[in-house]
Design a protein around this ligand. Sequence first.
Ligand code: SAH
Length: 207
Amino acid sequence: MTDEFAAKRQAMVNEQLARRGIDNQRVLDAFARIERHRYVPAELHQLAYEDYPLAIGSAQTISQPYVVAYMLAALALQGTERVLEIGTGSGYQTALLAELVAEVYSIEFFPELAERADRLLEENSNQRVTIRVGDGRAGWASAAPFDAVVCSAAPAAIPPPLLEQLAPGGRLIVPLGVEHQYLVLVRRVETGFSQRQLLPVRFVPLL
Ligand code: SAH
């Protein structure tokens, strides 16, 4: 990568992700390729590779790189999956997902965010991604079932359609809770759903 932020981006991968234990090479490679600065407002370009979330408009944020990497690594994506993303936001995580899986369906509540993300992803001529405006709580029934679901905003309880739309063996990762949030990884197993609590986090609420 030869853009002016290439060195900062590689430093982000090494220091914020690899050094903290992200060891999924496909995830690390995706973070090295996707230009995070393109997904934040121009005045924040210089901060795009720092170790914290940033404002992207409509009172929403692009999550801290480490947290995004942690979520994507937890899903153990192989490359063949169909994935549902709730909360397109900047489109950054959407672009990462497009590097990691076969098909991405992404739902965003705010039309202006969805439009901007759609434009950015189209500039990359990304044909793996379909974005629509709507309420992610309902999931995307016509595109289900999904091998993985990534929810980028925090509900108080997991919306049932997101569980129902999981394929057998499918995984869902979601920040769960209001005051105290934890990332929760759910897997659809033969007998129902297994659930594991991972790290404490702070996400914007699922609207
Ligand atoms: N993954 C995003 C993070 C965005 S923050 C990124 O990389 O930038 C969470 C996003 O979820 C916001 O854009 C917010 O508007 C969206 N959101 C919140 N509630 C939602 C809902 N019910 N349906 C769809 N999107 C929602």
